[in-house]
Every structure is written in structure tokens, then in C-alpha cells.
Design a protein around this ligand. Structure first.
Ligand SMILES: Cc1cc2nc3c(=O)[nH]c(=O)nc-3n(C[C@H](O)[C@H](O)[C@H](O)COP(=O)(O)O)c2cc1C
Length: 245
């Protein structure tokens, strides 16, 4: 990493309860393309929710008093929340579940939003660059809907959503495993040069590339405009992150 100057962290969240599956395959493609934008400036992390526990929000409103979720003493919420807060860019990848995102991730989003929103001073613009990826076992079976759920979450948290390049990426990265449900279905279809799997990989890679580029641009701009940003309380979480380097 560069000793001085611009550096960004891209956090990839795999929302599959299966490790090393199709979600991680597409997410790894996106993260590799992100790193290649500038290997000295772009740090990436793939964080899997597999084996982790995210309890649902119980609407107790305790977080409004402290900013902390009381359920986090019993699960893995804080670990991912802290990584999320540090990240300059986030790529969320999911397997489609019931036409949407898996419940574990929904539980995380609910509590992230509520604990950061309801505590005075922590709501505001995070200005993380966001990308979304979804793949499922079937075609036209919820990929766009799952991506929209991730996009809505990104927007409500004051972030900036970006897509990859045409024609493969309209609103994010997407694919299907051509009715094969194994963990390595997409990877092996890609190795066999399946047209659809190649399109899925292209959509994920162009998304990763564009996410990293925009995150670098935004961070450079933020460093330039820090004095101005500090005057607006809505930018508090963003300014805090920029100052932490
Ligand atoms: C509970 C559950 C619900 C699912 N719902 C859908 C669905 O609505 N549409 C779809 O295409 N695939 C669905 N799938 C299949 C997964 O999205 C698919 O197998 C995916 O490739 C798994 O990704 P992974 O290998 O990263 O776990 C579902 C799987 C499970 C376990």
C-alpha cells in the first residue's frame, strides 16, 4: 500500500450461508477487478456471513440511547458493523432467496440502519460507493429484485450506488447457475465458457472496477473539500471516516 496519499478499502460482503459458493465466486471476481484499478491504493476484503449469527431486530429502541444494539452481545453484528463503518466502498453479493436477499443479511441491514439512524449524531451521509451482485439457480428468478433490496439499503444509509458496464451490467452484477445447485456451479460453467456465466463474470468485474474508481475519486474530492464538509452535520460519519485515513 502507498505510504502517503490516496488509499481506499473495498469491503465485499458475501450474503450466502455457504462458504466458497457461487456468491463468493462472483464477489471474488469483482474484488479482483477492484484491486487491479490500483493495487497500491485499493485494499479489498471478502467478508462472508457463513457461520455467523445475525439476530433479528426486536424494536426495543435501546440503540436510540446508546447507538449500540443490545442484541450484539449475543451475535456477530458488531464485527461486520465495524468493518462496514471503516469501508470506503461496499460490494454486497447474495444468492437469491425466495426472490430476495437471504434473511441473515436482512437482519444485519435492519439493525445497522436502526442503530446508526436512531442514535443522535450518527445518522447522515456515509457516501460509500456501493455495488450489488445477485445470482440464483434459475433465470429471471429474483436477481433484479435482490439487487434492488441492496440498492434501497445503500440509499437509505446515505451511500452512492453505481453499476458496472453495458451490456452485461444494468444495475449491478447478476447471473444464474443454469439449474445446477452445487457450490461450484457458476465457476465450472465459466470454465466451460458458458455464454451466461461469462456475462455474469463480466458484470461482476466491471462493477468491481467502477466501484473502486469512483471510491478513489470521492475520497480525493473529500480530502479537497474537508473544511466545507465539516460544517454540515449530515456529513459527520463521512468526515470521520476520511479523517481516519
Ligand atoms: C432458501 C433458498 C431459497 C432460494 N430461492 C431462490 C430463488 O428465489 N431464485 C433462484 O434463482 N434461486 C434460489 N435459490 C437458489 C440459490 O440462489 C442458488 O443455489 C445460489 O447459486 C446459491 O449461491 P451460493 O452457492 O453462494 O450459496 C434458493 C436457495 C435457497 C437455499
Amino acid at each position: 500500500m502507498k505510504k502517503n496519499g490516496l488509499r481506499i478499502k473495498v469491503l465485499g460482503i458475501s450474503g450466502s450461508p455457504r462458504k466458497n459458493g457461487n456468491t463468493e465466486f462472483l464477489l471474488s471476481q469483482a474484488l479482483e477487478a477492484a484491486r487491479l484499478v490500483d493495487p497500491e491504493a485499493v485494499e479489498t476484503e471478502l467478508y462472508s456471513i457463513a457461520g455467523k449469527k445475525y439476530l433479528p431486530c426486536i424494536a426495543c429502541s435501546a440503540c436510540a440511547k446508546t447507538g449500540e444494539c443490545i442484541r450484539s452481545k449475543d451475535d456477530d453484528f458488531n464485527d461486520l458493523r465495524d468493518r462496514w463503518l471503516e469501508a470506503d466502498a461496499v460490494i454486497v453479493a447474495v444468492p437469491v432467496y425466495h426472490m430476495g436477499i437471504p434473511g441473515q443479511l436482512k437482519c444485519f441491514f435492519d439493525r445497522l440502519g436502526n442503530s446508526l439512524w436512531s442514535y443522535r449524531g450518527s445518522a447522515g451521509k456515509h457516501l460509500k460507493v456501493y455495488g450489488a451482485i445477485a445470482q440464483g439457480v434459475h433465470i429471471f428468478s429474483g436477481q433484479e429484485n435482490a439487487i434492488k433490496e441492496i440498492i434501497n439499503h445503500a440509499l437509505i444509509m446515505g451511500n452512492i450506488v453505481i453499476s458496472g458496464d453495458p451490456w452485461e451490467s444494468y444495475i449491478g452484477g447478476a447471473g444464474w447457475t443454469e439449474k445446477v445447485s452445487g457450490k461450484d456451479a457458476l465457476k465450472s460453467l465459466y470454465e466451460k465458457k458458458s455464454f451466461d456465466a461469462e456475462a455474469a463474470v463480466k458484470s461482476a468485474r466491471s462493477l468491481g472496477k467502477r466501484v473502486a474508481e469512483l471510491a478513489l475519486i470521492i475520497k480525493a474530492g473529500a480530502m479537497h473539500y474537508l473544511n466545507r464538509l465539516e460544517k454540515d452535520p449530515m456529513f459527520k460519519p463521512f468526515v470521520k471516516r476520511i479523517k481516519q485515513g
